[in-house]
Structure formats: structure tokens, C-alpha cells
Design a protein around this ligand. Structure first.
Ligand SMILES: Cc1cc2nc3c(=O)[nH]c(=O)nc-3n(C[C@H](O)[C@H](O)[C@H](O)COP(=O)(O)OP(=O)(O)OC[C@H]3O[C@@H](n4cnc5c(N)ncnc54)[C@H](O)[C@@H]3O)c2cc1C
Length: 475
């Protein structure tokens, strides 16, 4: 019997798991994906929002403003790239300038430091490629960009290093109330726990309804993107948003923490919670929206289109509470944007809920908050030479676009949460994220995976169960 079971290994479940792994608890995280970060947390704008956007008084406002300042320490501890690059909301009409004033006031009420409305001259000083037709912009110096996939993986790794268990390919089918807590049922066998935390993203209403009467619903809302090659990144240094409207924060232009340019997202209600396909029509809207903000931006250097699914809650706010008719069952539901930015603060909020619902929390003396990763290209020439001498695999470049060595790939296959698919390797250390999108390095990564895992080439999958790449030998 576990003390706590968390359903969902996205950024929210992972952040909660890491916080709870500070305490002497028997803890497990389950996820239906065959890797951590299999849901929304792998496909979003990757912005750590400043916090002026959510309505004051909401949980979104409180946890965004508390979460944002936590990123410097957290990312340093977990060796996750983070850049506090700032952001601008750009206004083109007098009416939109009034919206900026509303956002500024909201930001002040939410306690966001450093916000100011700047004129077009100052905007162009910082972002020379922004549209000269802009009238003004709201500058938020505390906004940043992060690698959400590595953040989620590192949070989960750290929880596991500190004693948490995890089960992948574990789809929760039903939940029973028992005398001592809950029995989570899956085709892979049951998991019993005194306390359950529902962090199932777009499925969080369905998980809630397994144990209590429905009192909220999730509407899936798809967001589609262009990812541009790094050659476009002289056009943007930070994040440019249009003025928000009833559909949300709008279609943005941002420079990712790795130096790519991201354009998007759209915001459309979808019937299928797992649909992450893209369409011409939606991508054309992205093109139009972005060229208004940065007229010279071109999608000719697009290396990938992708889409993520928002969990739009019927309440309009994050739903984080112990469920009334299910003691020690905690919903962490409807975590739409700014969920990534709020994740570290959500985790602390949930730890308080766990304490208040009667789970005893005794701190571990030996909790280790540090996750280390070797990024070969970030080492000094002397350090690189020493590492290659010790392990020659660091001297063999596998991914030429992102300059990733064999040593880094092998490391990912043998870490606390092993990367066992091509996409898992890509999400963690980036071979396949560059201009060739795996065209050159894919077969080499495939070969390394098969060798290190001791299996046949044809057993290696791209991502989800069954996504085989090879069927057998032709020659
Ligand atoms: C287009 C888009 C742009 C965004 N941009 C930003 C941004 O720039 N900044 C920001 O702060 N936020 C942003 N967000 C929001 C942010 O991405 C989310 O708030 C966050 O990723 C939610 O994390 P999660 O852990 O709740 O969900 P997920 O990452 O989806 O994790 C839920 C997990 O639950 C698992 N699961 C579901 N059902 C079951 C089941 N039955 N059994 C077992 N496991 C199950 C899934 O496999 C999944 O791994 C954006 C979201 C979208 C869609």
C-alpha cells in the first residue's frame, strides 16, 4: 500500500512528485504513456509567464505569480535550460493600448514586478524586427522561456532518485474506494494508496468522475504551431504577444530556450482529447497572426509543425482541492496555461492539501535536490578533452544539427528514468530536434538504442507503443 499515488507524469504530476519526495512517504506516479511527459507538457509555448494575464483573486493568478520566481533555483538544481528573456504584449490600436493599461493594473494587483508600458521606439530598440506599426507594448521583464520536456523529465528523475516509484504504460481504467484508501485499477494490475492525486491533464475530469459525482468538465482546446530553424532567430530575442482576446493570449512569436523560433498557438475546441494533428487552415491563421507582430518572419524555414491540447476547465480557473465526497482524493485539474509557469507553486499548494487531509509529512534528512546532465558542447575545451579521454563515446557526434554526442545519448538510456524510444531520446537530449529532424541521426540513435537495450532493431519504436520504424531485413 502506497501513502500517495499520483495519476499523470506531466509537469504537474512530476512537480508534485518531486516536492513529496522530500518526505518519508511511499510514493508512486502512474501514467498511461510509455514515457514521462507524454501529454500536454511536451507541446506548448514553453513560456514562463510573468503573471499579469490571469484575473486577480484566481488560483491561476496566485500560483503563476508564485511559480515564476521559483524557476531560477529550480532549473539550476535540475540542470534545465531557462532564460529570463522578458516579454512584450504589442498593441496596434488605441483600443488595444487601453487593454495594455488593464493588463498593467492586473499585473500590479497580482504583484508582478517591473511591468511598464513602452512606446514603439523602446519596443524596436529591444526587438528591432517587431512591426513599426505598433503603438505601444506592455513589457514584462520577468517572463522567461524553459525546456518543458527536460523540466518534466528532470522533476520526475529527481523524485525517483529520492525514492518515488513509477509505472508507465499504466492506464487507469477505474478507481474503487477501500477501507484504507483507494484501489486504482488498470490492465497492468492494481495500485493501492491512502491518498490519490489526480494530475491527468485533459483527462482529469474523467479520472475525477471515477470516484465522485461530476462537478466540472474539461473541454479540449488544440493549439497548433510552427517551429522554425535557428537561422530565423535574429528576428526575435524574447517573446512577442498580440493583445489578448476572448480566445486567450493569442498567437505569439518567441525565441525558444534552445534558439529556435516558435510561432503559434491557435486555440480551437476539439472533440478528440488525443488529437495533436495540424491543419493547413489553422497554420495559415498562425502565419497571419505572426506576420502582424514581426512582418519579416517567414515560415520557409519551418522544421516542424506540432500541436498541444489545452485542458480548458468549465470553472475558468485551476481546480485544486480535496474532493468533497472522496476524502484524501485530490484533484489537480483544468491546468491550462499558465500551468507550466505555475507548476512549482502548484506542487507546494498540493503538499499543503496533502498535509491538511491527514497524511503525516516527515522531512527526509537525505533529500538530494540536484540532477546533473552532461551537455558536451557546454563544457570548456579542457573539460571536453578530459571527458573524451575517459569515455571516447563523447568524442563521436551523432546529431550534427544539435551537436549531440554518443556519450550523451547512452547516458539518457541508463538514467533513473531510461529513455527507450527515439522520441524519448529526442525530448531529453535533442538529437532529431534540429534542421534535419532526425533524417541523418535517426538511424544512428536507433542503432545505439538497440545496442544499449540489448534488443533487435525492429523492436525499437518511435514513440507510442506499436509505433515501429522497421519491420525486418530486406537484404
Ligand atoms: C497550446 C498550449 C500552449 C501552452 N503554453 C503554455 C505556456 O507557454 N506557458 C505555460 O505556463 N503553460 C502553457 N500551457 C499550459 C501547460 O502546457 C499545461 O498547463 C501543462 O503542461 C499541464 O500539465 P499536466 O501535467 O496537467 O498535463 P499533461 O502534461 O497532459 O500530463 C497529464 C498526464 O496524465 C496522463 N494520463 C491521462 N489519463 C490517464 C489515465 N487514464 N491513466 C494514466 N495516465 C493518464 C497522460 O498520459 C499525461 O502524461 C500551454 C498549453 C497548450 C496546450
Amino acid at each position: 500500500m502506497y501513502d500517495i499515488a499520483i495519476i499523470g507524469a506531466g509537469v504537474i504530476g512530476a512537480a508534485i512528485a518531486r516536492e513529496l519526495s522530500r518526505y518519508q512517504l511511499k510514493l508512486i506516479v502512474v501514467d498511461k504513456g510509455n514515457d514521462v511527459c507524454a501529454g500536454t507538457s511536451k507541446a506548448n509555448s514553453s513560456i514562463v509567464h510573468a503573471g499579469y494575464d490571469p484575473e486577480p483573486g484566481t488560483l491561476m493568478a496566485k500560483l503563476n505569480s508564485q511559480g515564476n520566481p521559483m524557476f531560477d533555483k529550480l532549473c539550476k538544481e535540475l540542470s534545465v535550460p531557462f532564460n529570463r528573456c522578458g516579454s512584450f504584449v504589442v498593441a496596434f490600436t488605441d483600443e488595444q493600448v487601453e487593454t495594455l493599461k488593464v493588463l498593467l493594473e492586473r499585473g500590479k494587483k497580482n504583484g508582478i514586478p517591473g511591468l511598464e508600458i513602452v512606446d514603439v521606439k523602446k519596443l524596436l530598440e529591444k526587438e528591432p524586427a517587431a512591426s513599426p506599426e505598433a503603438k505601444a507594448a506592455l513589457y514584462a521583464p520577468t517572463a522567461g522561456v524553459v525546456d518543458p520536456m527536460l523540466l518534466t523529465t528532470a522533476l520526475m528523475e529527481n523524485a525517483v532518485m529520492n525514492g518515488a516509484d513509477y509505472k508507465l504504460n499504466y492506464k487507469v481504467e477505474s478507481i474503487d474506494k477501500t477501507e484504507s484508501g483507494y484501489k486504482i485499477n488498470s490492465a497492468s494490475g492494481p495500485v493501492e494508496a491512502k491518498c490519490v492525486i489526480n494530475a491527468a491533464g485533459v483527462y482529469s475530469d474523467i479520472i475525477h468522475n471515477m470516484i465522485a459525482a461530476p462537478d466540472f468538465s474539461i473541454t479540449p482546446k488544440i493549439g497548433q504551431y510552427f517551429l522554425l530553424d535557428k537561422s530565423e532567430n535574429d528576428k526575435i530575442q524574447s517573446v512577442l504577444f498580440p493583445c489578448p482576446d476572448k480566445n486567450g493570449k493569442g498567437i505569439l512569436v518567441a525565441r525558444s530556450v534552445h534558439g529556435n523560433v516558435i510561432l503559434g498557438p491557435t486555440s480551437d475546441v476539439d472533440q478528440d482529447r488525443d488529437d495533436t494533428g495540424t491543419t493547413d487552415e489553422a497554420l495559415n491563421r498562425v502565419r497571419q497572426g505572426c506576420s502582424k507582430l514581426v512582418p519579416t518572419i517567414t515560415t520557409r524555414n519551418c522544421i516542424r509543425n506540432f500541436a498541444g491540447m489545452r485542458a480548458e476547465p468549465s470553472t475558468g480557473d485551476f481546480i485544486i482541492r480535496e474532493v468533497k465526497d472522496a476524502p484524501k482524493f485530490i484533484d489537480v485539474a483544468g491546468i491550462k496555461s499558465p500551468g507550466l509557469s505555475a507548476a512549482p507553486a502548484i506542487a507546494l499548494y498540493v503538499v499543503d492539501l496533502v498535509k491538511n487531509c491527514g497524511i503525516k509529512l516527515e522531512a527526509k534528512k537525505d533529500f538530494n535536490p540536484i540532477v546533473k546532465r552532461t551537455i558536451f558542447m557546454e563544457l570548456s575545451p579542457d573539460e571536453q578533452a578530459a571527458l573524451v579521454k575517459k569515455d571516447p563515446r563523447y568524442g563521436r557526434i551523432i546529431c550534427r544539427c544539435e551537436r549531440i554526442t554518443e556519450g550523451e545519448i547512452v547516458d539518457e538510456i541508463h538514467r533513473p528514468i531510461p529513455a527507450v524510444t527515439l522520441d524519448a531520446i529526442k525530448r531529453r537530449c535533442r538529437p532529431g530536434m534540429g534542421r534535419c529532424q532526425g533524417g541523418f541521426c535517426g538511424p544512428k540513435v536507433h542503432e545505439i538504442l538497440a545496442r544499449e537495450l540489448g534488443c533487435e532493431w525492429k523492436d525499437i519504436v518511435l514513440d507510442k507503443k506499436g509505433s515501429y520504424i522497421l519491420t525486418g531485413k530486406t537484404k
